[in-house]
Every structure is written in structure tokens, then in C-alpha cells.
Design a binder for this molecule. Sequence first.
Ligand code: NAD
Length: 500
Amino acid sequence: MDSPLDWAALAAGLHPDGRAFIGGRRVGAADGGVFDCISPIDGRKVGEIARGRAADIEAAVSGARAAFEDGRWAWRPPRERKQTLQRLADLMRANGDELAALETLDMGKPVAMSRAVDVNAAANCIRWYAEAIDKVYDEIAPTPRTALALITREPMGVVGAIVPWNYPMLMSCWKIAPALASGNSMVLKPSEKASLTALRLAELALEAGIPEDVFNVVPGYGHEAGQALALHKEVDCIGFTGSTRTGRAIMQYAGQSNLKRVHAELGGKSPFIVLADADLDAAARTCAGSIFFNQGESCNAPSRAIVERSVLAAFSERVAALAQNYQPGDPWAKGTAMGAIVDRTQLNTVLGYIAAGVDDGARLAAGGTQALEQSGGFYVTPTVFTGVTPEMKIAREEIFGPVLSVLAADGAAHAVAIANASRYGLAASIWSRDIDRALTVARALRAGTVHVNSYDDDDITVPFGGYKESGNGRDKSLHAFEKYTELKTTWIRLPGGVAG
Ligand code: NAD
């Protein structure tokens, strides 16, 4: 699948099935409702998605509950759950071209990224948790001799997962893999802006041997299907990834219903601190590569470069020049570095922030315009603002587009103060050749992930999540099992001496 034509032809031959997946089969919404699936590549309708609502969530949750109670999946030995999930990972790889094409068609990222990054990372995630589940041991507490206290982890029951559109398949797998590996049943609600890969995953899961009703996918809008799932009393826990605003609402639904656990992975406005002694070329290259990756639609994108004043001009020039390498292009074409913004609403949001930056007096050093309008799709040029001050809107709010704000700092302490003066705390980066200084800054940064002289390091073995209003949970790594399991203590009375 090397030539652009091959991908475009593959995509043209796809007839995405937008029906829900409940009880092991494809079904339309109970009331027959649908909404259009529009590709951001060219604004064309590519299909219809079932508009799931409370009745569809009810069907999926009651099936998932029954499946959990009869133990058809939860009671399978870990080794068997492992083998089934390994088959799912294999099927994802075998169907990788189709999954990549669906992802790109649905949300606009370059297909080369969908194939190399999203499909591989998602399949790897499923395989990693599959392999982990028969290697995790429980505990025995150091109690007196008169008793034995077993501390065991049990599946929660029915897990609801609600995910965003920026990495639709990968975010789904960050929830599905630990939740299914540990024996839960699930109902996944993908974003209304990108539902196709999640629905296809459900078919592959059934083919891999995950029993009917154990893994269901109900597409629909947040205020309909999403709200119904988060309010449902038979749902024991919600694994949520999305905006801070929605995360707040979901916690309220939990409070209004059954106090279900809510694990929230939310937004960010991540700082990228560059001190005067940094390797400026490497810093600028990494900053541009990370802010423009995935059209800037990454929760952890380094959207605030906070640069020591003596190197401010040199860094800004470099990063603005590098922005030219990320001009948006045809997502099917080989070599395209940046694709389409997910939909017209998000395009307008990004353009609105760019206008606010100009109004507030920031200087456009690169980009700032809509692009490829003749395509019918939604594209923005890679944008760099200099002269940004901390109180400006573009320095405070998450834009979720290819827009970098460059701010000045007078020394490391000032840079840390600016970095931490945010309601978010997802990721951060510090650049300095002085490792003592860099590590001191790293300790002072209030963020779930801090990179030192890097940004894009990533591995399934490390936890990912935020401080403050960036969330309260951690995806990835063995820590994710904590989200989808209950801790149980079982006391066993012993006689204390050797009887007889
Ligand atoms: P969003 O909050 O608008 O939507 C996320 C999901 O929540 C969607 O499935 C949506 O339908 C659903 N939803 C919306 N309103 C709801 C409601 N009232 N009740 C229940 N569900 C509802 O976010 P988005 O625009 O899809 O995604 C972008 C956001 O996700 C950004 O803020 C980004 O930073 C964040 N994100 C965070 C991480 C992370 O790991 N921390 C990863 C990716 C994206």
C-alpha cells in the first residue's frame, strides 16, 4: 500500500457499517435514528452512523451485565483470556490496512500515520495487556498467625468507556485492553465524530473469540448515548477520555446515579520550556514535530513554548521555519505530514483561536489560515504565534489544533511559574544541557509526564495521565489494571497452633 492511489482506491471501496454492535451482532438504533458520517478529507458523506440513545445503551448494558454475571468471560482462566486477546491483536494487524483507511477516512489524519502509529500502537496495547494478565499476582497481608488475609483483585463488572475522536482506535484500546483482560464486560461509546474503527474492532473481537455481549459498541452523541451510559446504574465504572468539560459532567452523572468510579483522562495545555543553554536546533525540531503531529489534535501537544528571553528570537525563528514542513496535504498521499481537522466545528474553533491571538496582540510568525478549501475538507496551516503573554486566551485555553504559542521567560524559576499557572497538568518538557538544572525543573513541574530534552517518548509500559484538571486516572502500564478491578480482602480464621 505504498502509492497514494492504492490507499484512495482502498478507501473508495470501503462501505463502512455504522450500525451499533450489541449482543454480538450489528444492529440499528432502536428508534432507527442515524446521523451522517462526513469525511473531513473532502467534506463528503461516507455513510450513516446509528444514533444510539438510552434504549440502545439499556440493551447493551443489560447484555453486558448478564454476560458478566454468568462468568462466560470473567471466569475464564487468565491464560485463556490472554489467548483470545492475542488473537484480537493478530486480527488487528491482519486487517491493519482496512483499519488505517477507516481511521483516516473518519478523522482526517495522514493514512501513513494511521497505519504506522495508530494500528500498531493499538494492536500492541491489546497484546501487552493480554500477555500481562497471567503474570500478575495477588497479595497475602502480614497479619498475625491466627488469620490469613488474602488481598485479591476482581473485575469491576460492567465497564463503560467513552472516548474522543483524535486517536479513536488507540484511545478505545487503552480502555478495552486492561478492562477485558481483567475479566470485565464492556460498553464502548466512541465519539460521534469518529466511530468507524471502534465498530470494526467489535467485529474483530467476536471473531477472536470474545463471547457475545462481553464487548459492545454503541455509537451516538455525548448528550444522548454518552450521558445514558454514564448515568446507568448497572455500569460500575467509566473509563473516560475527552475534554475537561465533559469529564466534569460525567463525574456529576456518577454522583447522581450509583457513585460509579470515573477515571478521567482530560485536556491539556502542555508547556515546553527551553532554557538558554539548550540544544536549540533539537528543541525546535522536537517542538514543531510534536505540536503539528496529528494536526495538533493531541491532548499532550506542547502548545506553550516557554523560552528563556536570551534565546527567544533564535528559537522562534527556528520553529517558525520548521512549521513550513508540516503544510497540510492529502491524507491519502505519501509524505503528507499533516492531514485534515476532524470537522467543520473544530476547524472553526481553531480559526477562532487564531483570530483571538491576533486580536490580543500576538504576532503570527507562521500560518494562521485555512488551507486547501477547494478540496471541500477542513485544513489549517501550521501556526506559530510569538509575543504571547500568559494572560492571552491562546496561552490559557486548549486549542486542539496546529497552533503553537511562544512565551518569554526570565530564567528557570519564572518559566516554571508560567508553566504551572494553568488549570491543566498533563505533560511538560524541559530543555537544558545542565542535567541538574533540568531535573530540578522537572521536579517542580506539576504534570503527569515530564520529558527532559525530549517530547515524543512513549511506551505502553509507562502510565499516562494528568495532574489537576487534566484528569484523575492513568492509562497504560500495569497501573491501568487498578482502574478496572476492585480490591477485595478475604479473612480466613486459623487456629494459631498446629492442631492434633
Ligand atoms: P469531548 O469531551 O467533547 O468528547 C469526548 C467523548 O465524550 C465523546 O465520545 C463524546 O460524545 C462524549 N460526550 C460528550 N458530552 C458528553 C456527555 N454530556 N455525557 C457523556 N459523554 C459525553 O472531547 P473530544 O472533543 O472528543 O476530544 C478532545 C478532548 O479529549 C481534548 O480536550 C483532549 O485533550 C482530550 N484528550 C485527552 C486525552 C488524555 O489521555 N488525557 C487523550 C486524548 C484526548
